[in-house]
Design a protein around this ligand. Structure first.
Ligand SMILES: Cc1cc2nc3c(=O)[nH]c(=O)nc-3n(C[C@H](O)[C@H](O)[C@H](O)COP(=O)(O)OP(=O)(O)OC[C@H]3O[C@@H](n4cnc5c(N)ncnc54)[C@H](O)[C@@H]3O)c2cc1C
Length: 415
């Protein structure tokens, strides 16, 4: 009898798992279930669509025919409500039941709603899906003033959309700099200047206390905790993600701000795997639990999970070992973060020019992540140092040389 593989989520993790399972086992039954109304699209590119810089078509990755041609059963608009791991069944909102031999949870996250008055008003946007991007584009095109809240990688996309759509916008941030957990004020200043150049004003030691609306319920302004009022017909909020684990509440799966897995993408419950943003996985490079929020990492985890699903649960062959990266292309200079730039107990950083800066995060003397602005050339060498967990504690300065020379690192020399 052919094995039945059920995959919940048709993001890049779920979709690449389905493709991998199909390639490895031509006879398997493969079902992909998603609560979105469209098959896999490029989530990274929806911001370019919302900016008005890309049409819809190139953002789609697979159409339903892609699944049909591979004999993968794609169920759109289907929300999984519960999983029964004893019976090996999943249940949907429509009352359908799917039996599985192997199950993959690849359900990612949903933007956290701002917990303030009127955060559900018309014109206040959270950003994750193509549907969100369509609504954001439409409102941004019809607005003159904007407010963005959430000083991280998704917040800056919303700020760039305001800039590209010609809004007069304020970017309300807690503290004194953008992405303060990964950048120092020196590095963040480059971003602040670039924001000002596109018409977005960074406002520090701020945030949102409440929104004001007109009589039709459309947002008109944000009021910050200092009582300052910022006019806005468009609001973009990106304060974090809630991971989609609600349907797993009655299972014995270990949940911890996501689904806990080992380095083979196995959960603690037999025959259940997880992949993508949702995983709190054992990072073999760091030697501890970690979570990534990046396209490349989710794709690789999906592929690793898919290969292990067609194999023996007890003896998985593939291991996830990856230094992820995430780039921003909104400005005249390139920007890349890699690994875990917000972790660590030490760092090394340098500003090279008004648009060039580097920070490397270290833990126990080893590179765990970093941020590069302006010059991305060092990325492959820094990632190699991170991947191989080279002890650089006595040679931190070498990490900041304009051109990194790996041969100068004693620990690598000794290999
Ligand atoms: C605007 C934006 C810009 C980004 N830019 C970048 C970038 O430049 N670089 C980068 O590396 N990463 C970027 N990311 C992050 C990247 O897109 C994610 O890390 C990646 O898409 C995660 O993939 P995933 O498959 O794990 O989860 P998701 O893509 O979130 O897919 C999960 C799917 O599961 C579905 N689902 C959830 N619960 C259920 C349920 N109960 N039943 C059925 N279906 C369910 C969801 O609707 C969703 O379709 C960006 C993300 C966004 C939103």
């Amino acid at each position: 009898m052919s094995a039945s593989h059920v995959i919940i989520g048709d993001g890049i993790a779920g979709s690449s798992a389905a493709e991998t399972v199909r390639e490895a086992d031509p006879d398997a039954d493969v079902t992909v279930i998603t609560d979105e109304g469209e098959a896999l699209y490029n989530r990274i590119l929806i911001k370019e669509f919302a900016k008005g810089k890309l049409p819809e078509a190139p953002i789609s990755i697979h159409d339903p025919d892609w699944y049909a041609e591979r004999d993968i059963d794609l169920q759109l608009n289907t929300h999984v409500t519960t999983v029964d791991t004893d019976a090996h069944e999943i249940h949907t909102h429509a009352g359908d039941v799917y039996e599985y031999d192997k199950l993959l949870v690849a359900t990612g996250g949903t933007p956290t709603q701002l917990p303030v008055e009127n955060s559900d008003a018309d014109g206040v946007h959270h950003f994750w899906t193509f549907e969100d991007a369509r609504a954001i584009k439409e409102n941004a095109e019809n607005s003159e003033t904007g407010v963005v809240v959430g000083a991280g990688l998704l917040g800056i996309d919303l700020a760039a959309i305001c800039g590209a759509q010609g809004l007069e916008a304020n970017y309300l941030m807690r503290g004194e700099c953008w992405w303060r957990y990964a950048l120092s004020p020196d590095g963040a200043e480059i971003i602040h200047d670039a924001l000002r150049d596109i018409g977005v004003t960074p406002v520090f030691d701020s945030g949102v206390d409440r929104f004001e609306t007109d009589e039709d319920g459309h947002v008109t302004a944000a009021v910050d905790p200092n009582g300052e009022r910022f006019e806005a017909n468009f609001v973009g909020a990106a304060i974090g993600l809630d991971f989609n684990t609600e349907f797993l509440r009655d299972t014995d799966l270990e949940l911890d701000y996501g689904v806990v897995t080992d380095e083979h993408m196995r959960t603690n419950v037999e025959d259940v795997y997880a992949a993508g943003d949702i995983t709190q996985f054992h990072d073999v490079i760091l030697g501890e639990r970690a979570q990534n929020g990046a396209w490349g990492s989710a794709k690789e985890q999906g592929s690793i999970a898919g290969q292990n699903m067609v194999g023996d649960w007890a003896e998985p062959e593939e291991t996830f070992e990856w230094v992820s990266s995430y780039s921003i292309t909104h400005f005249d200079f390139p920007f890349l973060s890699f690994g875990h730039p917000t972790l660590g107990d030490d760092d090394a950083e340098r500003k090279y020019s008004d648009t060039e800066w580097r920070r490397v995060a270290l833990k126990d003397g080893k590179v765990v992540g970093g941020v590069l602005i302006g010059d991305l050339a060092p990325q492959s060498k820094l990632k190699k140092l991170a991947r191989e967990q080279v002890d650089v504690s006595d040679q931190k300065e070498l990490l900041l040389e304009e051109t990194i020379d790996l041969e100068k690192f004693d620990a690598l020399e000794a290999e």
